[in-house]
Design a protein around this ligand. Structure first.
Ligand SMILES: C[S@@+](CC[C@H](N)C(=O)[O-])C[C@H]1O[C@@H](n2cnc3c(N)ncnc32)[C@H](O)[C@@H]1O
Length: 392
């Protein structure tokens, strides 16, 4: 990444000064995204959707949730019905589109299941929590059929662990990550420094010993043998804490992670010389990550081996993984496309919009390449897999 003089806003400059002027990139990302008043998610400045900063699958319309609901219903119905309530937990619900559309889809397809289900939303940002409440209030489910619904933290859930399905849709790509740089024949930690000019710039810090040991012990060949001087990538220490909190909160069930993800050998290839970190705003990606902190998204891909290792060390067994395009087609996306042809002419504009959204969901150069990664916890969940049940 080229050093770019980016002017630091006052709120962030104060935090830098309190921290001595230089912090690891991960701390910078934490502030830029999650500072409660100024962070991009913390303040609620984020806008998800085709007209916002970036679009996610659920933000393209209800088709995604309707197709995914079939898979979730199958998973929920495979869990034991020993009289306990089942929980559908979504961590990082963003605008609340997925939760609202899933509720509606489950109410339409499996009303009996709804009666023993609760919806639990785990959201770090207070501003987003209130947007999610407003979005879910607009569902058409009648009051009597509405399942119990609550917002809480994973720590609160751990006081009375639940059983069910946890969904993490584009959650992991928003977790603050460390960045490592191959310089002078060794890995160093990427830092961010507040300059005397008031601008932010990149810098190098010594790699902490525990991180060096974790990298050496991992299944990731990092740095790659043929890495050029300056090669840089992400390191995901952050998965461990998340997996630990999830295992304290869920005693039996599955976790479905849906995200941009790469195998370690592709993630840490010498060709990918600047990692996967991306800054975006108003639909434009590839911006300078040090520019406009708090006003743009920062995101990085998931490393599958690192996630599997963190999951396994906290009691989550990796069960299955598929590409989104494959899953959505198996769940009936092509039939939906075909059915659009039967719509009356006055519905043509909506049909065209839905057609475009459906094609985007399976585009192999975009959302179709997303991975659906399934993990299980508890003896009865360990035999489950992603079994696509097409629409009837
Ligand atoms: C990239 S957005 C994805 C939103 C939504 N899932 C979607 O796909 O449209 C990331 C979401 O995760 C939330 N988030 C990030 N870290 C979190 C954490 N540790 N616990 C709960 N929510 C978190 C953010 O506030 C935001 O709602």
């Amino acid at each position: 990444m080229n050093p770019t003089p980016a002017v630091c806003p006052v709120w962030l400059a104060n935090l830098f000064r309190q921290a001595g002027g230089v912090v690891p990139f991960r701390q910078y990302m934490e502030w830029a995204l999650f500072h409660p008043e100024r962070g991009y998610y913390g303040s609620g400045q984020v806008r998800i959707g085709p007209a916002g900063d970036f679009a996610t699958s659920p933000s393209l319309g209800s088709d995604f949730a309707e197709l995914l609901a079939q898979q979730l219903i199958a998973l929920l119905q495979s869990l034991p019905s020993d009289g306990r309530r089942l929980s559908l937990v979504e961590v990082g619900p963003g605008e609340g589109d997925l939760a609202a559309d899933l509720l509606q889809a489950i109410a339409d397809r499996a009303p009996d299941l709804l009666q023993r289900l609760e919806l639990v939303l785990v959201e770090r940002s207070a501003a987003l929590r209130s947007r999610q409440q407003q979005r879910i209030a607009k569902t058409q489910i009648d009051g009597a059929s509405m399942p119990p619904l609550r917002w809480c933290s994973l720590k609160e859930l751990a006081a009375a662990p639940v059983q069910g399905v946890v969904l993490a849709h584009e959650l992991l790509d928003a977790l603050p990550v460390d960045r490592v740089v191959f310089k002078n024949g060794r890995l160093q930690l990427q830092g961010v420094a507040l300059q005397a000019s008031g601008c932010l710039d990149w810098c190098l810090l010594p790699l902490p010993e525990p991180m060096a040991e974790a990298i050496a012990a991992s299944d990731c060949a990092l740095p790659p043998l043929d890495a050029a001087e300056g090669w840089c990538s992400e390191w995901h220490d952050c998965y461990g804490a998340l997996m630990q909190s999830l295992s304290a909160a869920i005693d039996q069930g599955v976790l479905l992670v849906i995200d941009y993800a790469l195998e370690a050998k592709r993630y840490y290839s010498s060709i990918r010389s600047d990692g996967t970190l991306m800054a975006c705003r108003s639909g434009v990606a590839g911006l300078d990550p040090l520019e406009s902190p708090g006003a743009q998204d920062l995101t990085s891909h998931v490393c599958i081996e690192s996630l599997n290792a963190a999951a396994a060390s906290h009691g989550w067994r990796p069960l299955d993984q598929r590409r989104q395009g494959e899953m959505l087609l198996a769940l009936g996306l092509a039939e939906r496309l075909h059915a659009l042809q039967q719509l009356p002419p006055h519905e043509l504009p909506q049909a065209l919009q839905r057609r475009e959204a459906l094609l985007r969901l399976v585009d192999p150069a975009g959302l179709g390449e997303f991975r659906w990664l399934l993990f299980g916890r508890g003896p009865l969940a360990s035999a489950l897999s992603l079994q696509a049940a097409p629409e009837s």
